[in-house]
Design a protein around this ligand. Structure first.
Ligand code: FUC
Length: 904
């Protein structure tokens, strides 16, 4: 266990197991996250959340995407339909992967549907139907009546026991009869297999020929009462007149985490020598079947709730009386919307828990859920946004150890990336080649469980720095130095090794060449490549920077560190353009003018990654932050792509505009979320899991930020979320933060210091608040102004902030107009702020990250700025803020770009 879990959490997890009986099946009590025995928000029970429906999901692909209930334990993803004539459980195993020599297009082969499992009941006179996914429990339920008998089923997928378990019950003894009928979908085209039944077990096994994958699934039936018959020819088991039954399911393939898989060229040999899955699957099943149903459920829930219960969000919603599909449909009209907003936030965490577990493959484009033979984009691991988005909630939403799944996967494919790196340095910058092959690893674009194909012009090598950022965050949010030394630092150092050899000296800077900004076309459909895109430069910069920080922490003196230090400033990551935007391309002047086929409303916003998930642009670089805001405004809200909307929530949060961010959350829930809350990528029931994960991360960014190592609760709270609370979000430094607010104003903040260290905490008037430890002791702190304090924390201690004097924000001025007057002076005029007693004027020259104040105490809404150096600068950003009588300055200001007449 990498993360320090306080003892009280373990207790909560244990308790959760015993409270199941009364929280199940729609009887969950309405609890508010603010109520707790200790008085701490952090000890409050989680808000009861569930998805529920009054009919089964239709037995079709559309029903799968739009209405089935997803579950998973890393070993398998399942989609439960909840049928009554016949139940359908569709199973995905992420290593069952198909490819083919002639394989192209959006729908190529890729992750293959592992099994379609039917349980035939023949119940046709159904009433009182209800099915549910209970997020607090990680358990699904179906119940209904047929001919006077109430039938109920419970489903869960257990990570500790590596199985899926289904319990079937009937209210009348001897009333339960069914036939279990597992099937292998898509047999015939590169896939062969058979289903056989013997005794109490159905076994499904076969081969997927392209990568020679052997697969096996076993389904064990444990009835209570009644009779059981296996039909070996049909591959079915029939249970008649039982009181109840349990079905235990285990699946697997001969895939292993081993570099051999990526280093072997011949697809048919990649898995050579790995054991047949029969032994493994038999073992999973035998171990699980040796335990009682109650024990299996308790194991699952201890594991699940330990993760899920860390975070709770309460926006004041009460459970709606309508099923979730109706809730989704009603959302555009504003009905019960807070509940859906809470639900979708936790659903993203739920999906990550289901799909990213240590020892199993990480989530791909569809997470761990795929019904197709040809899934969209082959269910690849795409590294120009999608993988990173899957992991975005891992850190801020307090599930950091779930990243282990990707870290382990990376460790097995990195050898192949080292080979690629050598090839690329040889090709693009041969003078920097290390002849012994020590050229680091190059950023891949896409990957699958078997291959990391070579470079594509679709995205630059900045994908490598973006991957590294996840590793850095893994350390930065947990502060586990062993992890840093053993896992994180080597990844970053070697990425920096590649970048340091790849960049070329051009115009006094060190630039990526070739370089692309993800998915943009510069000219026509062919030209994507250029030199030094902001994407590549920023990602290289962030990684060099973080590598140097990590080296200092660890006291490392490795050979290339000195070079990285010298290179860092020359990586020149940020250019502010003439529209006041962060440029995407170096040749760009005004926004979007770098090429004739640039899409100014593109879904990818890769030039802003330094603001999110990066750290380069933050509150101590306010001029860049304003440029981010300008860029976001120019990018508009036109993209209807799910993940892009999710990412914009976070971008807008980082520029502290919660209301704008909220519009993207709304757009997503209205336009992309299907009835089971799966994200529809762009319409047409095209499921992509990335936005589900990304939305959770975006919402977390509205509630807590720490990119500049100042823990900032509620940094971008949307006005519509005027009252609420959350607990357990994670900040850099491994601080767990909980907050409660009313009328948009924090009433209580709690910070649990999991590893000790200095806590810098920012909130308006925090320095005037009462700050105590959880046991009521006074806390020493130092203040920086009224809005920031610093505390030397003790590991395990919770710091509680109350009685925070209300600070009403100061309205900013607007509509800034500037007039050149020949260049030696600039006339500024703006629309005033009702709150202002006076105004301040600032300037940021060229690409400067911060502003210099050039005038203060201005009483009117007009100012003539004279300075001897005005003609020296091609470009500067001017900014006006309002200052209230009490001395507080507006957080925001109004900006305008001043270009020398020759530059206009
Ligand atoms: C990238 C994105 C697309 C889509 C695809 C799977 O190409 O630009 O929107 O998510 O990956």
């Amino acid at each position: 266990m990498l993360v320090t879990i306080p003892a009280r959490k373990l207790m909560t997890a244990a308790l959760a197991v015993f409270t199941l009986a009364w929280t199940g099946m729609g009887f969950a009590p309405e609890v508010s996250a603010a109520e707790s025995a200790s008085g701490l928000i952090a000890d409050a029970p989680g808000k009861a959340l569930r998805l529920w429906y009054d009919e089964p999901a239709p037995d079709s692909d559309a029903g799968w995407a739009d209405r089935s209930i997803p579950m998973g334990n890393g070993y398998m993803g399942v989609n439960v339909f909840g049928g009554t004539t016949s139940e359908r459980i569709q199973i995905t195993e992420n290593s069952l992967y198909d490819w083919a020599a002639k394989n192209s297009g959006f729908k190529r082969r890729g992750v293959n549907n592992f099994a379609e499992v039917y349980i035939d009941f023949g119940h046709k006179n159904v009433s009182d139907y209800e099915r549910e996914l209970n997020l607090n429990e990680g358990v699904s339920y179906v119940k209904y009546k047929d001919k006077g008998v109430e039938y109920s089923r419970e489903y869960f997928t257990s990570y500790p026991d590596k199985v899926m378990v289904v319990r079937l019950e009937a209210s009348k003894p001897g009333a339960l009869s069914f036939t279990l009928r597992p099937t292998i979908p898509f047999v015939g085209n590169g896939k062969s297999g058979a289903v056989a039944a013997e005794g109490d077990t159905v076994t499904l096994s076969g081969v997927m020929t392209y990568f020679n994958i052997k697969f096996e699934g076993q389904f064990k039936v444990i009835p209570t009462g009644g009779r059981m018959n296996a039909s070996s020819s049909e591959g079915t088991i029939t249970v008649s007149d039982a009181d109840s039954a349990v079905i235990v399911i285990a699946v697997g393939t001969n895939y292993q985490f081993d570099p051999q898989v990526f280093l072997t060229k011949d697809p048919a040999d990649k898995l050579a020598g790995f054991p047949d899955p029969h032994g493994k699957v038999t073992g999973y099943l035998a171990n699980a079947a040796a335990k009682s149903y109650e024990q299996l459920l308790a194991n699952h829930q201890a594991d699940y709730t330990e993760l899920y219960d860390r975070v709770s969000l309460d926006l004041g919603a009460t459970a709606p009386g309508i099923p979730t599909d109706e809730l989704v449909d009603a959302y555009p009209a504003g009905a019960s919307s807070r509940y859906l907003e809470e639900l979708a936030f936790q659903f993203g965490r739920y999906m990550l828990i289901c799909s990213s577990r240590a020892g199993t493959l990480p989530p791909h484009l569809q997470g761990i859920w795929n019904v197709y033979e040809r899934p969209p984009w082959s269910s690849q691991y795409l590294h120009d946004t999608n993988v990173q988005m899957a992991y975005a909630p891992a850190f801020c939403a307090n599930l950091p150890e779930l990243f282990e799944s990707y870290a382990d996967f990376f460790k097995v494919f990195v050898d192949r990336q080292r080979e690629w790196a050598t090839q690329y340095i040889e090709k693009y910058n041969p003078s920097q080649l290390d002849p012994n092959g020590d050229n680091g690893w190059s950023g891949p674009f896409w990957a699958n469980p078997y291959d990391v194909p070579g470079k594509t012009p679709i995205a630059g090598f900045g994908t490598g720095g973006w991957i590294s950022q996840m590793f850095w965050d893994y350390y930065d949010y947990t502060r586990d130095e062993t992890l840093l030394a053993e896992t994180v630092y080597p990844v970053m150092y070697e990425q920096a090794n590649f970048a340091s050899r790849f960049v070329q000296e051009i115009d006094g800077a060190l630039l990526a060449k070739p370089s692309s900004s993800p998915e943009q076309y510069l000219e026509g459909k062919r030209k994507r490549e250029t030199v030094g895109t902001t994407f590549d430069q920023q990602m290289f910069y962030e990684n060099h920077h973080n590598t140097l920080t990590a080296a200092k922490i660890l006291g490392r003196t490795d050979d290339r560190l000195e070079l990285y230090e010298k290179q860092l400033p020359l990586l020149d990551p940020i250019h502010v353009g003439k529209s006041g935007q962060i440029k995407e391309f170096r040749q760009e002047e005004f926004y979007g003018d770098a090429g004739s086929t640039i899409d100014p409303h593109h879904r990818h916003t890769s030039m802003l990654l330094g603001s999110y998930p990066g750290q380069l642009i933050n509150d101590s670089t306010p001029a860049w932050l304003d440029a981010v805001k300008t860029t976001l405004t120019l990018r508009t809200r036109k993209s209807h792509i799910g993940w892009a909307r999710a990412e914009r929530i976070a971008f807008w949060a980082r520029v502290h505009d919660g209301d704008e961010a909220y519009l993207f959350y709304r757009d997503l829930l209205e336009g992309n979320y299907m009835h089971n809350l799966f994200n529809d990528h762009r319409g047409g029931l095209l499921f992509q899991a990335d936005a589900n994960y990304g939305a959770t991360a975006g919402v977390a960014e509205l509630l807590l930020q720490s990119q500049d190592y100042v823990v900032a609760p509620l940094p971008a709270l949307p006005a519509v979320w005027s009252d609420g609370s959350y607990r357990g979000l994670l900040a850099r430094g491994n601080f767990e933060v909980s907050a409660q607010w009313s009328g948009g104003q924090a009433t209580r903040l709690e910070v649990l210091s999991n590893v000790g260290g200095t806590l810098k905490l920012r909130y308006p008037n925090v320095a005037k608040a009462v700050i105590k430890t959880a046991d009521g002791k006074t806390v020493d702190f130092s203040a920086k102004g009224t809005d920031q304090i610093s505390i030397e924390t003790m590991k395990g201690q919770t710091y509680v902030v109350t009685d925070i004097p209300v600070s009403t924000p100061v309205a900013a001025p607007s509509d800034l107009k500037i007039d050149e007057n020949g260049g030696s002076q600039i006339e500024l005029a703006w629309a005033g702020s009702a709150d202002a007693a006076s105004y301040n004027v600032y300037r940021a020259v060229g690409n400067a990250p911060d502003y210099e104040r050039v005038a203060s105490g201005i009483e009117g809404t007009h100012f003539v700025y004279k300075a001897p150096d005005l003609k020296k600068f091609d470009q500067m950003t001017l900014k006006v803020t309002a200052v209230r009588a009490d001395g507080r300055e507006s957080d925001e200001g109004v900006t305008a770009i001043r270009l020398l007449p020759t530059q206009m």
